[in-house]
Design a protein around this ligand. Structure first.
Ligand code: CAO
Length: 416
């Protein structure tokens, strides 16, 4: 069965995480993604946090599956010539260099367009064009701080906190992938390419939009009813950090289960969904709360929500997180165990769905990676190993029409 993006050729001028996450996704769905890397060095993540000597690090292999690797020094005249040929034959070029690097290489948007008017140039930068910080180089946590995630994450008595989720990197890559697919769709109608730009700050903020919602509510009311600070604590004029509070209309919290004293993840997340109040009371063995006016509305529960959570913890004290969920699921209560990475790695459901996949790598051996979180009824996503540095250089050059002698000359000149 052919893959949906088969026939789309992508120059993958990306490195570290934000760009590679985007192009990996497109490669899974069938695009021919040619990762362009500096000869001898390659993407810096190939050697970052290695756990097997001389083998590509997991940081690289988990973000670059299903791609081909072409080594190319684009600062040499011969390298520029190869890149020029590649641009003429490709549909998309994705890059996440520091600001201005592509221009300095001689490949401005105007030049790329003159070479191939159908080209879609997709870029990730830390900040958007024209932003006061547009010249800054940016990594994950920098973006989380600039995008509003850090100031609103963590506990009220602690400092701003970054999330382990790659809100700045992979999330930006996912936004870029949507942008690329949109531009490809538009090209079908217009025949023209275009520039697609996504900033890490904007992508983080897009995921923090409920916090901007909260700022406006706070400005208007002076308090936020769903935050732990209400009604007993104090609010300032900025959205506070809310710990593990539910961000929407339903109160929730991380609650201790049996074994929490020694297991750092013996917890569940428990949500008190308004219309599930009666089932919650039944599950907890508190039927008298169902019709008690002191408990049976969200408003009535508000000032004792932490007493209710404390009661639920006494109920959980003799149950493991999995036993608790097995009881609570029968009552239709939105909840889940807090899963450790070890539990996720071994979870049979995640293996079965292809979300956690084992891949064979020629140097690293078998390793686990995260497969496609997007499931299709008519597309099978197969995850293959990431390429070795320059594994496909000769093949890509031959595809571009270079003869064997010319390929040897490019190697001799250290252009590839
Ligand atoms: N051949 C020749 N030169 C190459 C090359 C190649 N194949 N690939 C890259 N280079 C050059 C670039 O042209 C650039 O040269 P100049 O700065 O001399 O013009 C140089 O390598 C450095 O590129 P860089 O600025 O992208 O790399 P860095 O390690 O200094 O910065 C990063 C890394 C991520 C901070 C920066 O790329 C950046 O801010 N990117 C945009 C935001 C982003 O995507 N961040 C997410 C990273 S994931 O956490």
């Amino acid at each position: 069965m052919s893959k949906p993006l088969e026939g789309i050729k992508i120059i993958d001028f990306t490195h570290v995480q934000a760009g590679p996450a985007c192009t990996q996704l497109l490669a899974w769905f069938g695009a021919d993604v040619i990762k362009v890397e500096r000869p001898g060095a390659g993407d810096v993540t190939r050697s970052q946090l290695r756990h097997v000597k001389d083998a590509d690090a997991l940081y690289f292999t988990m973000l670059n599956s299903n791609k081909r690797s072409l080594t190319l020094d684009t600062k040499t005249a011969q390298g520029k010539e190869v890149l020029t040929k590649l641009i003429k034959e490709s549909d998309v070029m994705v890059e996440n260099f520091g600001p201005g690097a592509l221009d300095r290489m001689g490949f401005t948007w105007e030049h790329i367009q003159s070479l191939n008017p159908g080209m879609i140039l997709a870029s990730v930068k830390g900040f958007s064009e024209g932003h006061a910080y547009e010249d800054l180089k940016v990594y994950e946590n920098v973006a989380q701080c600039a995008g509003g995630a850090a100031s609103t994450t963590g506990f009220w008595d602690g400092p701003p906190t970054v999330s382990a989720a790659a809100l700045g990197d992979s999330n930006t890559g996912m936004h870029l992938a949507i942008g690329i697919l949109t531009a490809l769709h538009q090209k079908v109608k217009t025949g023209k390419g275009q520039k697609v730009a996504v900033s890490m700050q904007d992508s983080v903020l897009n995921l923090c939009r409920v916090k901007l919602r909260d700022q406006q509510r706070l400005d208007a009311l002076g308090y936020l009813e769903e935050y732990p600070q209400y009604p007993h604590g104090e609010f300032s004029d900025v959205v506070p950090r809310g710990g593990n509070a539910g961000g929407g209309g339903q109160p929730g919290w991380v609650l201790k289960c049996k074994g929490w004293e020694t297991d750092p993840n013996a917890y569940i997340y428990f949500t008190i969904q308004g219309h599930a109040w009666a089932p919650i009371c039944k599950a907890l063995g508190k039927p008298e709360w169902i019709d008690d006016a002191a408990y049976n509305t969200a408003e009535a529960r508000q000032d004792k929500i932490f007493d209710i959570f404390a009661f639920i913890e006494t109920w959980l004290a003799d149950k493991t997180k999995f036993e608790a969920i097995d009881i609570l699921r029968k009552f239709d209560i939105p909840c889940a165990p807090v899963l450790s990475m070890k539990e996720i790695a071994n979870d049979p459901s995640l293996r079965k769905s292809g979300t956690v996949v084992e891949v064979d790598h020629p140097k690293l051996g078998k390793y686990l990676t995260v497969g496609s979180p997007i499931k299709f009824s008519d597309v099978e996503v197969e995850i293959t190993a990431s390429p070795l540095l320059g594994q496909h250089t000769n093949e890509v050059l031959a595809d571009l029409g270079y003869s064997q002698e010319e390929i040897v000359a490019l190697h001799d000149a250290k252009a590839v």
